[in-house]
Each structure stands twice: as structure tokens, then as C-alpha cells.
Design a protein around this ligand. Structure first.
Ligand SMILES: [Zn+2]
Length: 62
């Protein structure tokens, strides 16, 4: 379930680990909204969210 995932405050990656698998940050939040599935880092969404590689990201993190 996506709802059980946490979002990295540093890079927005959604994960069920205790640390972010992307940037190794332990600053994770369970308070997030919206899912951005990034297929291409050239997309407008990726640029807007400042995402560097394809994956599943949170759009808004508290
Ligand atoms: Zn991260």
C-alpha cells in the first residue's frame, strides 16, 4: 500500500525502508500527499519537482 510508505524530505522518494534508498537520508515523513510517477527526468513534472532519476515520488511533503 502506498499509504504505508514514507517520503524522503530531501529527495521526495517514497520508501518503506528506514532510510531513503536514493539519497541515504533518514529524514522521512509519513505526512505526504500526491504521487508523481517519473518516467522521464526531462518531463515538466520532473523539472518542477527537481527529480534527477525515474521513480515514484511524493508531490507534497509536510
Ligand atoms: Zn532521499
Amino acid at each position: 500500500m502506498l499509504r504505508s510508505l514514507k517520503a524522503c524530505r530531501n529527495c521526495r522518494t517514497l520508501t518503506d525502508e528506514k532510510k531513503c534508498p536514493n539519497c541515504n537520508s533518514s529524514s522521512l515523513s509519513s505526512m505526504w500527499k500526491g504521487v508523481a510517477i517519473i518516467i522521464s527526468v526531462e518531463s515538466e513534472m520532473a523539472k518542477k519537482l527537481n527529480i534527477q532519476k525515474p521513480g515514484i515520488y511524493a508531490v507534497y511533503i509536510e
